[in-house]
Design a protein around this ligand. Structure first.
Ligand code: GTP
Ligand code: NAG
Ligand code: NAG
Ligand code: NAG
Ligand code: MG
Length: 448
């Protein structure tokens, strides 16, 4: 009996000790983990329903017994943000489409080491998110326009089922181009190679080498050569976000755009693009890792993202400061890459004053900390003249929505009458790409 009592005391002591350890020692180092385990009591979502649906798309049964050809590109980058991954996905899809092959889609993979969860910025995140949690439309097997005979996309699992022994293509199999050539030229080489292959089952080698080198996304001369082709791709003209994202938008109307009667649906149905929401003004305030990253960008003298550099866009980056290591050049990069609260307020004021349409509904899309965003909101409110100000930090999201919230912010930015974004951000540039596809006025895309 006394042993039981003792072990109870020992247990109690160890339990209290463990709690004390978490609070005193671990908390300052890993706030989010402690928060996840002690407060939320739950791990990030794994989206099983979405995975399941990807295994059962309606066209699979006919594709199983047809002459459809496939292209599987497992060489997407890992451990990168959604913005960077989306760029790679769009060009991979474009290659499959141009080669008349069914595009094989995969998860948004952070790591493929067999784990369910990973760390990003000290936060637990799902190691893989099914692409259908972010998107619908052609990329994930959605329909193409009625007269388009190109095969629809299929999931990785379906591909593996119908193609147990695919032909494997190395990125080095296509020669005759260098990383100085335009993306149009490189894509053309690839299409020639791929259309010369008879095997319906074709995949790239699973290496970390991408079809188009990542540097190209920051080189307007190279990437924009491909725009005349890209801008007509049904993938982009019929771009669609997932139901999870559209539901999040509807549930958060009051935060994003409170007017009761919207002028048009959030997402057009097939081949029917919708108008921006009148008076909605979105600003992308990129924080987090950009605090350090902007210094690196200055050191590289990095140009803006190619899709933030269309000739028709009014704001340009001045890269003539010499030498690039000078204090002035560093300051210039910080002004545009990591603007201070005062600089943000000033730019918002300027852009609003220059807009023909009155901009009364401000939405701050950001990964900045909540307390800072609150201060920023107050500073912007002091400008006066708003009907409403909302931010990413005011959203009420479900557990599954929370881990793909960047797509919701992208949808808001896409619907905005005017957008101010970060020239170096791929997330901004993907939105600008979609806005240019939809034919929104080029001058409605502004940059810090
Ligand atoms: N919700 C939300 N998240 C954002 C926003 N901007 C950046 N993030 C998130 O900040 C984190 C780090 O950014 P990355 O994922 O590297 O961003 P990215 O999509 O690659 O785009 P860039 O890094 O800006 O080129 C990711 O979780 C982003 O999704 C935003 O406006 N809203
Ligand atoms: C593309 O492939 C499909 C079959 O998968 C075929 O019906 C169609 O005619 C092809 N298109 C072209 C342009 O060859
Ligand atoms: C496109 O959408 C608008 C707004 O919902 C609608 O009024 C119009 O009839 C639609 N047009 C087509 C061709 O579907
Ligand atoms: C958030 O949404 C849920 C479900 O829609 C609702 O029950 C809850 O009250 C909302 N919370 C806030 C703070 O609005
Ligand atoms: Mg990134």
């Amino acid at each position: 009996m006394s042993t039981g009592f003792l072990s109870y005391r020992v247990f109690n002591f160890l339990f209290l000790f463990a709690i004390a350890f978490l609070i005193i020692v671990a908390f300052p180092f890993n706030r989010s983990l402690v928060h996840t385990l002690l407060v939320d009591h739950r791990y990030p979502p794994l989206y099983p329903k979405y995975h399941q649906q990807e295994l059962e798309l309606p066209h699979y049964t006919t594709y199983e017994h047809s002459d459809v050809k496939y292209l599987w590109a497992p060489n997407h980058p890992h451990r990168v943000g959604w913005g960077n991954l989306m760029q790679d996905y769009v060009l991979s899809y474009a290659l499959a489409y141009a080669s008349n092959r069914s595009f094989v889609f995969d998860d948004y993979t952070w790591v493929d080491d067999g784990s369910e969860f990973s760390y990003f910025n000290g936060k637990l995140i799902p190691s893989q998110v099914p692409l259908t949690a972010l998107l619908s439309g052609p990329m994930v097997g959605g329909e193409l326009p009625p007269n388009d005979p190109t095969p629809l996309a299929v999931s990785k699992d379906f591909f593996h089922r119908v193609c147990p022994n695919p032909t494997v293509l190395q990125v080095s199999d296509v020669s005759g181009w260098t990383d100085a050539d335009t993306v149009e030229f490189i894509m053309d080489k690839w299409v020639q190679k791929i259309t010369s292959i008879d095997d319906p089952c074709l995949q790239f080698a699973d290496t970390k080498e991408q079809i188009v080198d990542v540097v190209a996304y920051g080189q307007k001369e190279r990437l924009l050569s491909f725009w005349p082709y890209m801008s007509k791709l049904p993938l982009l003209t019929h771009w669609a976000w997932s139901h999870l994202i559209l539901d999040a938008f509807e549930a958060n109307r009051e935060v994003i755009f409170p007017p009761a009667v919207p002028s048009s649906p959030v997402q057009g149905s097939k081949n029917n693009r919708t108008e921006p929401f009148p008076g909605l003004f979105a600003i992308h305030v990129r924080r987090g890792d950009f605090k350090d990253h902007c210094h690196v960008l200055a050191h590289w003298n990095a140009d803006w993202n190619a899709f933030n550099s269309f000739l028709q866009l009014p704001d340009k980056l001045d890269r003539s400061k010499d030498p690039r290591t000078s204090a002035e050049n560093k300051q210039l990069y910080m002004d545009h890459c990591y603007p201070t609260m005062e600089q943000i307020v000033e730019k918002v004021k300027q852009v609003r004053a220059g807009s023909e349409e009155p901009l009364k509904y401000l939405y701050i899309m950001t990964n900045g900390p909540a307390s800072w965003v609150k201060e920023l909101k107050n500073a912007l409110r002091d400008l006066g003249g708003w009907e409403h100000i909302g931010s990413s930090r005011d959203l009420n999201l479900t557990w599954e929505q929370k881990y793909v919230a960047q797509a919701l912010d992208m949808l808001v930015a896409q619907k905005a009458q005017v957008l101010i974004g970060n020239g170096w951000s791929s997330l901004t540039s993907n939105v600008v790409m979609l806005r240019m596809t939809e034919g929104q006025p080029p001058e409605s895309n502004r940059f810090w």
